[in-house]
Design a protein around this ligand. Structure first.
Ligand code: GRF
Length: 219
């Protein structure tokens, strides 16, 4: 029996990715244990989700701290107190400084609702619609010192239609986020991720070189 990877999940909002991680653990597809959920906002619905499963849920309001470093020092202390080995950013809306990132080298993951390096930053889905791309998606990556940047672990693609609304496209992408985030964490838990020269090697990955997504698809 493998031991569970201890996770700390950072949220700011609804926490549907947190829920997907909880569900994957419950189904036995993810060999991990959420040790603590931390939100910088006291009204984040994800806190309710965490408490429903008896998970420690801590609020650390960034506004209570005089500096980013003081806020991050408290975050680090909380994660270390819970013996967290992998930090999972799940809709966490604060930029993390090198001070925080250096405390968990190669042990912070983020999910972004676009195919990075396209459309980093906020409103990635709106950016995709405004640009008129035909395919977008979701990216899980290790966090480095740039925003929405760092070695890419997993991506999933979805079609984009010119008459999509931002909400509709966001929902389509979110469904894929919920699939690839638990998978990426499981790869980490299995020790199958290796970062070499800024790129992720996935050991023993299944390959489907003929798989394609075309958009528009021929009728
Ligand atoms: C997701 O789209 C994620 O990619 C982005 O913020 C959203 C969080 O959603 N960074 P949730 O809080 O997990 O529901």
């Amino acid at each position: 029996m493998n031991s569970s990877l201890p996770l700390g999940v950072l949220i700011s909002g609804s926490g549907t990715n947190l829920q997907a991680i909880i569900d994957a653990i419950e189904r036995g597809e993810l060999t991990a244990a959420i040790r603590v959920v931390v939100s910088n906002r006291s009204d984040a619905y994800g806190l309710t989700r965490a408490r429903r499963y008896g998970l420690p849920a801590v609020v650390i309001p960034h506004k209570d701290f005089s500096s980013r470093e003081a806020f991050e020092a408290e975050l680090i202390r909380t994660l270390q107190d819970h013996n967290v080995e992998l930090v999972v950013l799940a809709g966490f809306m604060r930029l993390l400084s090198p001070f925080f990132i250096r405390a968990f080298p190669q042990r912070i993951m983020n999910i972004h609702p676009a195919l990075l390096p396209a459309f980093p930053g906020t409103h990635a889905q709106r950016q995709a619609l405004e640009h008129g791309v035909r395919i977008s998606g979701a990216t899980v990556h290790f966090v480095d010192e740039e925003m929405d940047h760092g070695p890419i672990i997993a991506q999933a693609a979805v079609p984009v239609y010119p008459d999509d609304t931002e909400e509709g496209l966001s929902a389509r992408i979110l469904a894929q986020e919920h699939r690839i985030y638990p998978q990426a964490i499981q790869l980490f838990a299995e020790g199958r991720l290796e970062v070499r020269a800024g790129k992720v090697i996935v050991h023993n990955e299944a390959r489907f070189p003929a798989a394609t997504l075309r958009s528009p698809e021929s009728a």
